[in-house]
Design a protein around this ligand. Sequence first.
Ligand SMILES: C[S@@+](CC[C@H](N)C(=O)[O-])C[C@H]1O[C@@H](n2cnc3c(N)ncnc32)[C@H](O)[C@@H]1O
Length: 234
Amino acid sequence: MPSSEVTHTSAANPLWNPWCNDRGTFELYRRRCREEAEEMTCAGQAAEILAERVGPGETLLDAGCGGGYYLHALRRRGVPVEYHGLDFTPEMIALAREEMCPRAGLARERFTVGTIEGLDQDYDNILCFNVLTNCPHYGLALEAMLAHARRRVVLRESLGDDLVIRYTPDPYLDEGKRHIRVYHNIYPLAEIVSLMEERGFQVTQVPDRRSGDGVEMVVDLPHYWRILVAERSI
Ligand SMILES: C[S@@+](CC[C@H](N)C(=O)[O-])C[C@H]1O[C@@H](n2cnc3c(N)ncnc32)[C@H](O)[C@@H]1O
């Protein structure tokens, strides 16, 4: 088929993408970039987990990076990684380039618009926090991360015993955009661990500090945030 007949998109469609229709969250992310908002507990914990594991000069992809503010948490703890950010919302990458690049002395190319599912480069570390829970399903994105992580994947998502798909209205979206529904899924922890092991990783669960491995209500729905560290063994 001629390439002119094939459309490849790397950005989410604004018609269904909640992340470009939520001014409140966007401005919170800007304050995090400017270090005007408190550090997220989970960002600090991600940096601590990585600090114990990464060697100097290793690359790290922050998959679903939002404004790229996890870099602050990494730098505060002296984690010596070469940081890259990927997000399928162009507004998020524009925010990261505007706010993070000058503050952190990074070239704008360190932030890319793209989907996790479409990853086509390898990184030593892939960090993915609070992203797949809001995707239609975790499968394709997790497979892509496992295929492209040379050393480890560190994941934080809402995980439980059974698959629960929820696709619900979000009253916090911008006025006029509240017809957009958002996924708030719970994925089977055992299934995710099995997939990681099948792909050659050894998996450790680290207790989530923010939720105490309990339940947290997000948009009035129970979420079960769990952290998995998958280390490549073969
Ligand atoms: C809840 S925010 C989390 C941002 C950041 N990781 C954090 O913990 O604060 C989810 C981000 O992931 C991005 N995202 C969601 N699904 C994605 C996908 N399949 N590929 C790339 N980015 C995605 C969204 O655009 C959004 O910026």
